[in-house]
Design a protein around this ligand. Structure first.
Ligand SMILES: [Zn+2]
Length: 57
């Protein structure tokens, strides 16, 4: 990851966070951020899988 998001909120190490692949759950896009220094992982919501009012068939 790059920028502020690459810095771990938990142990304070810089440029140690990496993000998982994004997956869809409950109509939202999610991923994980994991710190390579302390091992702390954090789920994130990164957006909506589909525009409002539009459902896959
Ligand atoms: Zn950390």
């Amino acid at each position: 990851m790059e920028g502020d998001e690459a810095d771990c909120f938990f142990c304070g190490e810089e440029q140690t966070n990496v993000a998982s692949d994004v997956w869809e759950q409950d109509g939202e896009l999610r991923d994980w951020v994991v710190c390579l220094a302390c091992g702390t992982s954090n789920p994130r919501r990164v957006g909506h899988a589909a525009p409002d009012g539009e459902r896959p068939a």
